[in-house]
Design a protein around this ligand. Sequence first.
Ligand code: NAD
Length: 250
Amino acid sequence: MRLKDYRALLVGAASGIGRETALAFVHEGARVAVIDVNELEAIHAVELLEGEGGNVTFVKADVACEPQLREAILAAASFLGGVDVLAQFVGVQRAGTVEGFPTEDWERVFAVNVRSQFLGAKYTIPFLRQSERGVIINMASAAGIKGGPGLTAYAASKGAVIAFTRALAAELAPSIRVNSVSPGWIDTPFNQPAIEFMHGLERVNAIVRDTVPLRRQGVPKEVAPCFVFLACEDCAYITGQNIVVDGGRL
Ligand SMILES: NC(=O)c1ccc[n+]([C@@H]2O[C@H](COP(=O)([O-])OP(=O)(O)OC[C@H]3O[C@@H](n4cnc5c(N)ncnc54)[C@H](O)[C@@H]3O)[C@@H](O)[C@H]2O)c1
């Protein structure tokens, strides 16, 4: 119960790594509010979390829309009675070479992956300042450290998340810790654009076997514990870090 009675706001936790992290947080004793745009997936997630004994709420918002995100954060904080942990998972991937890449897609990737984390922090920090153990954990990506062909927008956006995290950690110390997590290949539908760009899953899995020392993709369950660790008091002296969970690839 490393997160007993923690009030955790998880943005983008209706599916994938965010949902698995929400489950891990519930198992560790946290109360959880989920913000997500996908109502159907979120309802399933809440059912799953409540089935595990979780005290959970869901607030719908598109993180690219500032008023929606701001209202959702206020509603979630009111349900929780404050916020100790903000974890931001929302991401979007677009693949394609730069010459043919629509400028609107570049802007969308930055709005969803980077601007939303700035807004999430901006509107949650007043609550985190009231907590004795305020923490922000941002989802970055190994692609933000070593990108690849066809992934320039995504890689640049995640590199920005890592830089934002480090600067914010300096700004908010000593009262609030800020870290990021950078997974490599994790098996969720999220990677479909990259898989298509790389000519299919078989080819991707062959590349993974050749380039990842642990010779396979990871699963969301293998990323969630990193969020638990960064949220809890066991790592009270860790801030400004980017933890890579990539099977050793980098
Ligand atoms: N899967 C991987 O291999 C991998 C690797 C590195 C980093 N990541 C990062 O992990 C995060 C989660 O990825 P995942 O694989 O769990 O994917 P996912 O698609 O399962 O999760 C993304 C969640 O964000 C929500 N979301 C998307 N757009 C939104 C919006 N505009 N407003 C509100 N919610 C929105 C989705 O509904 C979903 O619940 C992303 O930031 C991604 O960049 C994933």
